[in-house]
Ligand binder design. Structure first.
Ligand code: ADP
Ligand code: MG
Length: 344
């Protein structure tokens, strides 16, 4: 098959200029300036208590602003609504660069909807999504397509390989849409996933595990900052699952951000952090890496949450209530609709 060489798109980086303007004009920073730089306010008989409350608000606002700026991904009250159905229901979630996050939950709980929105393949009905600080809602569909190919690498359970192209050609298609086709690099990517000797086979001549590894090579060929994997090991046997997890581990060590949807407790437990969805809402959050958790909080990161908390309530308080959490066995949670209990 012939793959035409495509010229490098020099204007590629300009697609987010509009988004940057949105960031610069952030309401929160303007609010911060107003509270922090108005000495008259302090001289006009304000009580110590209200000053303290202003200071606390200022500090909280500052922390939130810092956190928003340092996060690779920031979902703010995001919903996806189809008629009466809330596929995602007011979800707020921040993910810093380099984090490995697992998303678990029963079938129909909104995991793929979430991935599609993060991966710029779908847009929310309500709420806002920022990737690298840029609000995606300000981008045209062409600009969203640019973000998708420049920032995101996708791995799907169903592979979506082109059946009449060989493994290496499938990887080269991803290069073609990104920038420049380079067969040597594509072969190196296949070598990295242990498929150097299968590079010239068609997908139909490969096992499920091998096809999934071609998908991983295709996802990482353009060196994306964010890998989104939707049940990447769902069709794999144990040996191939281990190979894919080892590649994820390497990518994580190299600083790639990973968001992995899974029904498999083992796969979920490899992540630093797990969130569970139930009917589109956040129903639980669990950290497997306490150091990463502390670093996240120190950077101003907040627990994920759905719906506004009552005044004074921290989102983390919501998660200590008796909510259905089935992290120990996401597969079972999937079968019973996420209605398992903590400590199961
Ligand atoms: P999961 O990946 O967790 O199994 P999905 O995100 O695919 O769940 O779907 C969440 C819910 O949204 C499901 O009830 C599904 O039927 C519904 N849904 C997803 N996409 C659409 C659509 N395009 N139109 C109507 N309903 C949809
Ligand atoms: Mg799904």
């Amino acid at each position: 098959m012939m793959i035409k060489r495509k010229r490098q798109d020099e204007a590629k980086s300009q697609h987010m200029d509009k988004g940057q303007q949105g960031l610069d004009g952030d309401d929160e920073s303007q609010q911060l300036q107003q509270v922090g730089q108005d000495p008259q306010n302090q001289e006009s008989g304000q009580s110590d208590q209200s000053l303290r409350s202003d200071q606390a608000q200022l500090s909280q606002s500052k922390q939130t602003t810092q956190a928003k700026q340092s996060m690779l991904l920031d979902l703010d009250h995001v919903s996806k609504i189809y008629g009466d159905l809330h596929a995602l229901d007011d979800l707020s979630l921040t993910v810093p660069a380099g984090q490995w996050l697992a998303v678990v939950g029963s079938s129909g709980s909104g995991k793929t909807t979430l991935m599609n929105i993060i991966g710029c393949m779908d847009t929310p009905s309500k709420g806002s999504v920022r990737l690298e600080g840029h609000p995606l809602e300000d981008l045209s569909s062409a600009q969203l397509a640019d973000v998708r190919k420049d920032v995101v690498g996708l791995v799907f359970q169903k592979f979506y390989l082109i059946p009449h192209l060989t493994a290496v050609e499938n990887v080269m298609v991803s290069q073609y849409y990104h920038s420049v086709v380079d067969e040597r690099q594509a072969l190196d990517a296949l070598d990295r996933v242990g498929l150097a000797d299968r590079a010239h086979h068609l997908p139909g001549q490969l096992s499920g595990g091998e096809q999934q590894r071609v998908c991983v090579a295709r996802a990482l060929i353009n060196d994306p900052k964010l890998i989104l994997a939707d049940e990447p090991t769902g069709n794999l046997d144990e040996a191939n699952e281990k190979i894919v997890l080892d590649i994820f581990r390497q990518l994580h060590e190299q600083g790639t951000t990973l968001i992995v949807v899974t029904h498999d407790a083992l796969v979920a437990s490899c992540a630093q952090r797990e969130i569970m969805l139930n009917h589109g809402e956040l129903s639980g959050e669990l950290w497997n890496d306490e150091d990463a958790h502390q670093a996240y909080l120190a950077a101003g990161g907040r627990p994920a949450f759905s719906h506004d908390a009552a005044p004074g309530t921290q989102p983390s308080d919501l998660l200590t209530q008796d909510l259905p959490v089935g992290f120990a066995n996401p597969t079972k949670a999937a079968k019973v609709g996420g209605q398992t209990t903590k400590g199961e």
